[in-house]
Design a protein around this ligand. Sequence first.
Ligand code: TGC
Ligand code: FAD
Length: 387
Amino acid sequence: MTVNPHDFLNLESTLTEEQKMVANMVRQFVDQTYRPYLRTAYEQGTFPTEIIPKLGELGLLGAQLKGYGCSGLDSLSYGLIMKELERGDSGLRSFASVQGALVMYPIHAFGSEDQKQKWLPLLREGKAVGCFGLTEPDFGSNPSGMRTTAKKDGSHWVLNGSKTWITNASVADVAVVWAKMDQGIRGFIVEKGTAGFEQKAIHGKLSLRASVTGSLFFHDCRIPAANMLPETVGLKNALMCLNQARYGIAFGALGAAEDSLQEALEYSKNRIMFDKPLASFQLIQRKLAIMSTQITTGNLLARRLAELKSAGTLEPAQISMAKQNNVLLALEAARTARDILGANGISDEYRCMRHACNLESVYTYEGTNDIHLLIVGQQLTGLQAFS
Ligand code: TGC
Ligand code: FAD
């Protein structure tokens, strides 16, 4: 057999030695260090905080950023990290996405030198946890309508409003919060413990359980004037952060999809039904072949994104195409794997149902599947169909 069922087009052969090393290192970390915590964390609806310093030690937080001790990895290596983390669990990739793309990136790109010196080393090492507050109870897909305000009062900004469905909201040491002032939307840094700043967990999630999600409340919350991200000029800056995170998701979702295919392959070769392995039946092979084809095309799409990102020419609509396509194919792959595993597929002894449940969140956050199709549609037609 010359074709690797787990890498049908032998994409691994196109990686540099360093890229292979990064991917293998993360895979090993996930298998040896993260997986032992996962089942309990998922059951209890928590993120295993024990592994945060280890993520820092391995240089996986803000790995795409340069300076301030960050790893400064190339775009493909960064994508491969996200894929290997999400092979473990979408909640793990979420943690790294939020910390690196939604908290460290805006501080790095739009922050003052003091803000960078203060926060980037702490966040990189995992000594501080960050969150990103854009979504509000009444403004999800349309963040431009946000009601959270920032008003200048002497040497302070006063924040009022709330954010919800925020990853790491209740455990964050620092929040990057988007609020409206008279001149438009700006980013602000709000520290845990600030008077008027309340952080609450959301319970009862049936998806992305090994990840903490919550709400942020601002009641006349006074923060120093220096806590505004000085280079932010509007919603555009928040959307620039989303570009970074969506890029990571386009790779990450493939990790969950590949793990589901691997599980379905192993299971169907060993499970005997009608005196034969499931894998020997045409219908099962068709399902496996479709999964593999989708995953392979998703990988090609992600690889091209990495090339465009490295060249500095990657457009938001190109990221949208890949985010929606790869998350959808991953969700379908996880559901198909669940189907192939029959009743066992719904047990937490296997991985595919957990991936499928997680991917329901990934399908919605960072721009829903519909929103990304509308972004692609706008690019194709020149006509905006959001509103
Ligand atoms: P619109 O008028 O189109 O744009 C406003 C300004 O922004 C520019 N722009 C972008 N810039 C950079 N990157 C992008 N992706 C951009 N998209 C637009 C645009 O050119 C314009 O610039 P300017 O100079 O003219 O001011 O804005 P709109 O209000 O009509 O909204 C467009 C829309 C709907 C696409 C956008 O709002 C959107 O993407 N909505 C989805 C919301 C979303 O994705 N929220 C994510 C929240 S964070 C999250 O989910 C984290 S999950 C965490 C985890 O991984 O655990
Ligand atoms: P809505 O915008 O109400 O959409 C509901 C449905 O309507 C969707 O199917 C959508 O596609 C559709 N729809 C909306 N507008 C249109 C339209 N114009 N045309 C056609 N269909 C439309 N946000 C943060 O800011 N930070 C975070 O860290 C964060 N983490 C999250 C973690 C989790 C687990 C989840 C589930 C969400 C998180 N979010 C976060 C919020 C997430 O970004 C929003 O849920 C998402 O943007 C969608 O907003 P909404 O849930 O309000 O859905």
